[in-house]
Design a binder for this molecule. Structure first.
Ligand code: ADP
Ligand code: MG
Length: 260
């Protein structure tokens, strides 16, 4: 590990209960206050399309606190996935700032971003993104393989994550031997296995039937009740209905921010 990787900053301390003091040399975390999980300041994202500049995000300010369950809603093409990809450190803003857990991650290198993703973020996709030939257990272990966790510990954590999404009896099944809803549960277990600071999901029920959609929504609500910070992107009203906060995106901006 390099001198500049700030090991104490990489652990989701609020979840792990790790009591080590923050490195004071960073200056990114005020030790007296709990940092916001997410703070976006004036975030813009531009894409160059041939001769044209397409502005997918046009100045987004957003604060999300630990333990929130928020839905991001808006018409197709309004910038929801662009926003979520930035929140998930899959992409970087063209302008503005992103503070994750109080740490400025705006200008990190690809390698540093990959590390932040592995350490702090669980990401769930509409189409699951599972390894088709690997068992549920192996799929869920994968983030811990990248992290270098010893095999036994890894397996134990994966079993626990699968049990927590109701798949204790499907650990040795492959994706082709599972229903769509079960595949999404495996993907959620994979997102949870690292105990991330933040759980993000982009249209997680978009590929599921109505009954399964309800099951997966209940699971997210349960994960929220267990203390996870969850942000869901959706265009389905019933998905937004489980959220305590609904952030409306229109033309790359926050058009409304509704709490209930
Ligand atoms: P949503 O998820 O709300 O449907 P997106 O965030 O995917 O919207 O897209 C917002 C806008 O940015 C759209 O106009 C889309 O075409 C454009 N866009 C998204 N990703 C890219 C990209 N990689 N290159 C160019 N344009 C993109
Ligand atoms: Mg999208």
């Amino acid at each position: 590990m390099g001198m500049n990787e700030h090991p104490s900053m990489d652990e989701p301390t609020s979840i792990s209960g790790d009591e080590r003091p923050h490195s004071s040399a960073d200056g990114n975390v005020a030790s007296a206050t709990v940092p916001h999980v997410i703070e976006l300041r004036g975030v813009r994202k531009d894409y160059v399309m041939g001769e044209r500049l397409l502005s997918a995000l046009r100045g987004v300010d957003l604060i999300v606190e630990h333990g929130e369950l928020a839905a991001i809603v808006g018409p197709s093409g309004s910038g929801k996935s662009t926003l979520l990809n930035i929140l998930g450190c899959l992409d970087r803003p063209s302008a503005g700032k992103y503070l994750l857990g109080g740490r400025d991650v705006t200008d990190l290198s690809e390698r540093e971003l990959a590390r932040v993703r592995n350490r702090e973020i669980g990401f769930v996709f509409q189409t699951f993104h599972l390894l088709p030939r690997s068992t549920a257990l192996v799929n869920v272990e994968l983030p811990l393989v990248y992290r270098g966790t010893p095999a036994r510990e890894r397996r134990e954590a994966a079993r626990e994550a699968l049990a927590s999404v109701g798949l204790a009896d499907r650990m040795e099944h492959r994706p082709t031997e599972l229903s769509g809803g079960q595949c999404q549960r495996v993907a959620i277990a994979r997102a949870l296995v690292t105990r991330p600071r933040l759980l993000l999901a982009d249209e997680p029920t978009g590929a599921l039937d109505t009954a399964t959609t309800h099951e997966i929504l209940e699971l997210f609500a349960e994960l929220h009740a267990r203390g996870n910070t969850v942000i869901l992107v959706t265009h389905e009203p019933e998905v937004a209905a489980v959220a305590k906060r609904v952030i409306h995106i229109r033309d790359g901006q926050v058009a409304a921010d509704e709490r209930r």
